[in-house]
Design a protein around this ligand. Structure first.
Ligand code: HEM
Ligand SMILES: *[C@@H]1O[C@H](CO)[C@@H](O)[C@H](O)[C@H]1NC(C)=O
Length: 497
């Protein structure tokens, strides 16, 4: 008989001892940023960080200044809080800071996708070709038609559309943007009615995954949730399977181009399905929540709504009467652009992460030099360092629809910190090598959605005095934030005057 008790006990002591030692042994070396290991071995500050990321970082900044290293779950993160010092990190001319290494591990865990050489570059080149500039022409039109299909239904407006309908604003926006975005990118079959039903069902599953996502990333799911995540992953792999979607029309050139690359690299069909899941997530996880914040701010700020409706009437003119206006009209909408930029300033809170390769010296804007340790992660959180900096954006917590407009009505691009002009005055899309390649399409679809909603519908909050709900604290650091609870609203199709 093996005495398992003592063996396991000894093993536990060894493991715990090792974990504590790794933490305890790490000492700040000369020229390194202030080191804060936290009081719990290995975990470090993980609990406080997860509970409220901006609050935690604010405290650390007050204690240590604009650069510091904290321990979070066995990994050391160096946060750089001074936006004037972001340049060398984002440009990284010496190629010592690596985005891909961290991202590859994450997407393998979350989507099951095993990266192949060159795929990161390929995603960006496919996006430059099909999600930007002239390449966006087709998708712009497809997106407009999909939005109108989703909002009005396949047969166009029905008589009952002009009666009031009540819904949760977050649910409504996320649902519409998801279905229109999914169908535009992943294609239709010949049966549009069925496509809409399938997209609706997929949204329900997507939201289940979405709710589990933050704790999944931090490996904090319970056993049941763990099983549920596995089930959802398989469901998405199957629904987005390249084999089962052969008969679809109008798969976007963007998706088709990327899948062709994977085929040419000899990537197995099952792995292509996982790639599709990753792309569904990247393309649909933020536009819905952002559109929610945009409409909510407009409903809470009548002066903004009025200015926007005025601009829409001018720009769209007669064409605004129909759902199929010329998309090129959206190039001349400075008020709407400012509303979206302000919404993203308040709503987008991504973390930018880079793994340090070889010890590396970072020069701050102040001229101070800090040594970064190989294997650590450099992290930026622009929401706190840039979006909420009262020096760059006075009264940073307030929604000001014209914050990004010059007095003459043109787009404002001049912002200052400590008297110096600042290049990165908002960073909702990240920056540098991992900057969101879908940002032009994202803006296009959100602008189309907001315009369609405000020009064709009467909208009102069920309770006009309802406050803007707080951010769900789990969502900090993962792209666009989500509200901790939904807000009821009413909408009805406007009758033509
Ligand atoms: C409001 C909407 C959106 C926001 C706020 C947003 C934000 C971001 C951010 C912050 C990143 C960088 C992540 C990182 O550095 O780790 C990112 C990456 C990405 N986004 Fe977006 N995004 C949006 C919409 C879209 C759309 C509509 C698409 C595609 C149609 C898209 C495709 C991607 C892809 C493929 C990546 C990965 C890029 C890479 O690996 O380098 N995004 N997005
Ligand atoms: C696509 O739409 C966006 C705004 O919705 C606009 O700024 C852009 O110029 C359009 N692109 C093309 C090629 O039509």
């Amino acid at each position: 008989m093996v005495p398992w008790g003592p063996v396991l006990g000894a093993l536990l002591v060894v493991i715990v001892g090792y974990l504590c030692l790794v933490g305890l042994l790490r000492q700040r070396r000369p020229q390194e940023p202030p080191l804060d290991k936290g009081s719990v071995p290995w975990l470090g500050h993980a609990m406080a960080f997860r509970k409220n990321m901006p609050e935690f970082l604010k405290q650390m900044r007050a204690k240590h200044g604009d650069i510091f290293t904290v321990q979070l779950g066995g990994q050391y993160f160096t946060f750089v809080m001074d936006p004037l010092s972001f340049g060398p990190i984002l440009k990284d001319v010496k190629r010592k800071l690596d985005f891909v290494e961290y991202a590859e591990k994450l997407v393998l865990k979350v989507f099951g996708y095993q990266s192949v050489p060159g795929d990161h570059r390929m995603i960006h080149s496919a996006s430059t070709k099909h999600l930007m500039g002239h390449g966006l022409e087709d998708l712009n039109k497809t997106m407009r038609d999909s939005l109108s299909l989703v909002i009005l239904g396949p047969a166009g407006p029905r008589p009952e559309a002009s009666r009031w309908h009540e819904d949760g604003l977050f649910h409504f926006c996320y649902n519409v943007l998801f279905k229109a975005g999914y169908l535009s990118l992943f294609g239709y079959t010949k049966d549009t009615e069925q496509d809409l039903l399938r997209a609706e069902e997929l949204f329900t599953q997507f939201r289940k995954f979405d709710r589990l996502f933050p704790r999944f990333v931090y490996s904090l799911l319970g056993p049941r949730e763990w099983l549920e995540v596995g089930r959802l992953q398989r469901l998405f792999h199957k629904t987005l399977s390249v084999r089962e979607n052969l008969e679809k029309d109008g798969v976007s050139n963007w998706i088709a181009h990327m899948l062709q690359f994977l085929r040419e690299q000899g990537v197995a069909p099952a792995m292509q399905d996982k790639f599709n899941f990753m792309m569904l997530w990247a393309s649909q996880g933020n536009t819905g929540p952002t559109s929610f914040w945009a409409l909510l701010f407009l409903l809470k700020h009548p002066e903004a709504m009025q200015a926007l409706r005025k601009e829409a009437a001018q720009v769209l003119g007669e064409a605004g009467q129909s759902f199929t206006f010329d998309v090129s009209a959206l190039q001349r909408t400075p008020v709407l652009d400012s509303v979206m930029e302000e919404t993203l300033r308040l709503g987008a809170a991504p973390t930018l992460l880079r793994v340090v390769h070889d010890d590396h010296v970072l020069t701050m804007a102040s001229g101070e030099e800090y040594r970064l340790r190989s294997g650590d992660i450099v992290a930026l959180f622009p929401y706190l360092s840039v979006h909420m900096d009262p020096d760059i954006h006075p009264e940073p917590a307030a929604f000001k629809y014209d914050r990004f407009l010059n007095p003459d009505g043109s787009r404002k691009v001049d912002f200052y910190k400590a008297g110096k002009k600042i290049h990165h005055y908002t960073m909702p899309w990240g920056s540098g090598v991992s900057m969101c390649p879908g940002r032009f399409l994202a803006l296009s679809e959100m602008k189309l959605f907001v315009l369609l909603m405000i020009t064709h519908f009467d909208l009102e909050l069920v309770d006009p005095d309802v406050p803007v709900p707080p951010v769900d604290p789990q969502r900090w650091g993962f792209g666009t934030t989500q509200p901790s609870h939904d807000v009821r609203f009413r909408y009805r199709l406007r009758s033509p005057e």
